[in-house]
Design a protein around this ligand. Structure first.
Ligand code: M6R
Length: 365
């Protein structure tokens, strides 16, 4: 059942190229994303949407954070992202022109479901991105996008996250096409790169040997930091959650620009910092932030793009991921972070698939 892997989590990490491919299948036509089968709203109705809310918990919330960047970039609609347990109690501003996108692997998370019901009561349209056909969220939403990750058994979510990202890219591309916010040629270019991701994810998985060695060191630490800017920050949050969840190592993710506003005080000799530097437009800013933590003695593991030269001079270790559009890198950047959490957990001897205190599906508040 684990397909030759020691744990479900590792199997699921390795299934990502397949999960990405399957989630794309049938949703691209003539070089454009086409979600007319998942979203029943007419083109006119889609053009009337004034704002989008992503609502979710945990890893699915982190996918929503990527969604904000992607949709605002491609579609130029204001996007808010909320943790479902906050959203449901904060009286959000909802109108019939708000599209609420709930993201839930299981489709059974109590807070996400409650948020969905609030949104429907307010007359907003709800699109669910979920991995489970027939789940409560899938049944109650107006429209449903089923990710094709396949059953996810490990408590730590991996392939569900990357599949959610694919769903979000397709949504952004579809809306941009319908609303004409980008030319067909520009959109076709993004679609082309999206279709290249399964192969690049496969290549990224080859980092595993190198990651395992680094994980043996990380496993000895009790605190660490993840830093990044833009989409790298969203991925930093996900990497940090993965590590906490299964290794019980305390970690925090920060936007690199925030370090000076407090956290830099915690950086001293030997403190591990995982620095994500895959966003080309923000690269120079990241380099200065890495210099700042290095100057205080941090031990830096950089995650950069293939062919990167600067980081090698600066960081103690560097892992590189294949190049694609900056918008799409989260799908690849997260892979070494998932593998790092996994191998650090194994090195510490904890139960990978069933971490303490956690359930796969949180059906109570
Ligand atoms: O089934 P859902 O996507 O609604 O679950 C949401 C979270 O409970 C889930 O992503 C959780 O954070 C994972 N254990 C993270 O790995």
């Amino acid at each position: 059942e684990k397909g030759g892997y020691d744990h479900f989590m590792l199997k699921e990490i390795h299934e990502q190229p397949r999960a990405i491919r399957d989630t794309l299948t049938g949703r691209v036509k003539g070089g454009q994303a086409d979600l007319s089968r998942e979203i029943a709203l007419s083109p006119e109705e889609l053009r009337e949407i004034e704002r989008i809310h992503f609502v979710a918990c945990g890893t699915a919330y982190h996918a929503g954070l990527v969604g904000k960047y992607v949709i605002e970039e491609l579609v130029r609609i204001p996007v808010e992202v909320d943790v479902a347990s906050e959203y449901r109690y904060r009286n959000p501003i909802l109108t019939p022109r708000t599209l609420v996108v709930v993201v839930s692997q299981s489709g059974e998370t109590a807070d996400t479901l409650a948020a969905l019901r609030e949104a429907k009561k307010a007359g907003s349209r709800v699109l669910a991105i979920t991995n489970v056909v027939g789940s409560t969220v899938a049944r109650e939403a107006d429209d449903v996008f089923i990710t094709q990750a396949g059953p996810e058994i490990a408590v730590a979510s991996t392939k569900a996250y990357t599949s959610q990202l694919i769903a979000i890219y397709l949504l952004g591309l579809y809306l941009a096409w319908i609303r004409g916010t980008r030319s067909e040629a520009e959109l076709a270019e993004v679609v082309k790169h999206l279709e290249g991701l399964p192969e690049l994810a496969e290549r990224t998985l080859q980092l595993e040997g190198a990651v395992r060695l680094l994980a043996a060191e990380i496993a000895k630490k009790e605190d660490l930091f993840y830093i990044g800017r833009g989409l790298d920050y969203a991925v930093a949050l996900e990497g940090s959650l993965k590590l906490k969840e299964i290794t019980y190592i305390h970690s925090e993710a920060y936007t690199a620009g925030e370090l000076k506003h407090g956290t830099l005080a915690l950086i001293e000799e030997g403190v591990p910092v995982i620095a994500l530097a895959t966003q080309t437009a923000l690269y120079d800013k990241m380099v200065s932030n890495i210099e700042e933590v290095k100057a205080r003695g941090a031990r830096v593991l950089g995650i950069a793009l293939e062919g990167d030269e600067e980081l090698h001079k600066l960081a103690d270790e560097v892992l590189t991921i294949p190049r694609t559009l900056s918008l799409l890198t989260p799908v690849l950047t997260v892979i070494p972070l998932q593998l790092l959490a996994y191998h650090a957990c194994v090195a510490r001897g904890y139960d990978v698939d069933k971490p303490r205190n956690l359930a796969k599906s949180v059906t109570v508040e």
